[in-house]
Design a protein around this ligand. Structure first.
Ligand code: ARG
Length: 459
């Protein structure tokens, strides 16, 4: 008979048990379930709700059950539905009536809300550590490439020369916001829901503050109905992970482009590529492609979670059991990405001469000429027009802008001077861009050292 057997004349049919079970995926909550039950049992003993002796026996036996599950010695069965009932059933099997006291003043509704929060606290910390490892790899590459110039793109068209380091640090910024979102989300869900009962609290004199302290929560939830109904944190976390994977997909796309024969800006280590079963010459950036593809399931999991919660009446509904698979899948996916990405970035080789070569088109420095005219007092819109006329002149006369004589340039732009002839190198373009946050050498060097300091502290 199931743990709720009193009211029922027969067990659920096995097809029903199999359809409604969650043990196949919630067994990974066992450590957190046991930590929660230990704190709960300690509180029940301390408040005198159950005998101290029973409390001690329960806590000791929970330790043994944890070991038993960790060693793979517990048999899981859909007849026991979920991890909470497996553990409680085992406790009762060994301790009899003493074990039967553990679920006093508790429901699986507040228990599962607790377990997921405890699980996610650890999971978020681990993802943040992984992202920091990735940021470190990017910053190290930025430092190694602090002099490497390549074309910066808008609309995937050559725009202006930038430092490769600047490009990599752009991703470091994006991942930093991901960390911010993850920590922010954790701070909001780091609230103790246990003690809410099924939905309305309990008639027994529980001490929620005791449990809060034991499980290291900064706060106790204020509303028992919200506590068992709420899955905002799952939506928030899945959203943060979806955005993280969107960033990974963009970095992946850059890597795929850079490694293509057309760009040929980088080479990935053989250890991080795969070949073709047919074409012997192929070396493919599969990690980047798979990671770009993983974004699909990350978005899917977020959409699933938002849809599960939509329109649910207060309070707990069994629909909420569906929160776990999307959560676990997105966390596992992020962990998977982070198990390969930092090292793939760390072992990436750049081809600085190819990058520089791609940035030498003097057209990329057209803005610099316009800004030089601005420095002489010419309104920007007029300067833009003059440089545009020069670009047209070069096109019509089949001349490169950097090959013009001063006289020729002055025939189109009377205000031009000899210094303006020197603007047409990518090196000059980067050197001159020292506005705060720009791609100038000094700007980028100071960002690299600031990031090194920050990430050194975080690790
Ligand atoms: N397996 C359930 C879940 O994951 C645990 C809570 C069940 N509560 C209930 N009243 N049936 O949500």
């Amino acid at each position: 008979m199931a743990l709720w057997g009193g009211r029922f004349s027969q067990d659920a049919k096995s097809c029903v048990q199999e359809y409604t079970e969650s043990i196949s995926f919630d067994k990974r909550l066992f450590r957190h379930d046991i930590a929660g039950s230990k704190a709960h049992a300690a509180m029940l003993g301390a408040t005198g709700i159950i005998p101290k002796k029973s409390s001690r026996a329960i806590i000791a036996e929970l330790g043994k059950i944890e070991k038993m599950i960790a060693e793979g010695k517990m048999e899981f069965s859909s007849a026991l539905e979920d991890i909470h009932m497996h553990i409680e059933t085992e406790l009762i099997r060994v301790l009899g009536n003493e074990g039967a006291r553990v679920h006093t003043a508790r429901s699986r509704n507040d228990q599962v809300a607790l377990d997921i929060r405890l699980y996610l606290r650890d999971a978020v910390d681990s993802i943040v550590e992984g992202i920091v490892r990735l940021q470190k790899a990017l910053v190290d590459q930025a430092y190694a490439n602090r002099k490497t110039i390549l074309p910066g793109f808008t609309h995937l068209q050559h725009a202006q020369p930038v430092l490769f380091a600047h490009h990599l640090l752009a991703y470091v910024e994006q991942f930093d916001r991901d960390i911010g979102r993850l920590k922010d989300c954790k701070a909001r869900f780091n609230v103790l829901p246990l003690g809410s009962g099924a939905l309305a609290g309990t008639t027994l004199p529980i001490d929620r503050e005791f449990v809060r302290e034991a499980l290291n929560f900064p706060e106790v939830s204020r509303n028992s109905m919200d506590s068992v109904a709420d899955r905002d944190f799952a939506c928030e976390l899945l959203s943060a992970l979806a955005i993280f994977s969107m960033h990974i997909s963009r970095l992946s796309e850059d890597i795929i482009l850079w490694m293509s024969q057309e760009f040929s800006f980088i080479e990935l280590s053989d250890a991080f590529c795969t070949g073709s079963s047919l074409m012997p010459q192929k070396k493919n950036p599969d990690i980047a492609e798979i990671s770009r593809g993983k974004t699909g399931r990350m978005y899917g999991n977020l959409t699933a979670m938002l849809t599960i919660c939509k329109g649910l009446p207060m309070t707990y509904n069994r629909d909420l059991q569906e929160d776990k698979e999307p959560l676990f899948d997105s966390l596992d996916t992020a962990e998977g990405i982070l198990s390969v990405y930092p090292e793939m970035i760390a072992t990436m080789k750049t081809k600085p001469e190819k990058m520089l070569q791609a940035a030498t088109d003097p057209g990329l420095m057209a803005t610099d000429l316009a800004e030089a005219l601005v420095k002489k007092g010419i309104p920007f819109r007029n300067a833009h027009h003059m440089v545009g006329a020069l670009v047209r002149y070069c096109g019509e006369n089949a001349k490169a802008m950097d090959k013009l004589s001063l006289e020729e340039m002055q025939s189109v732009i009377p205000d031009a001077d000899a210094d303006m002839l020197k603007l047409f190198s990518p090196l000059s373009a980067v050197t001159l861009r020292e506005s705060y946050g720009g791609t100038g050498f000094k700007q980028v060097a100071s960002q690299i050292s600031a990031w090194k300091k920050r990430l050194g502290k975080k690790a």
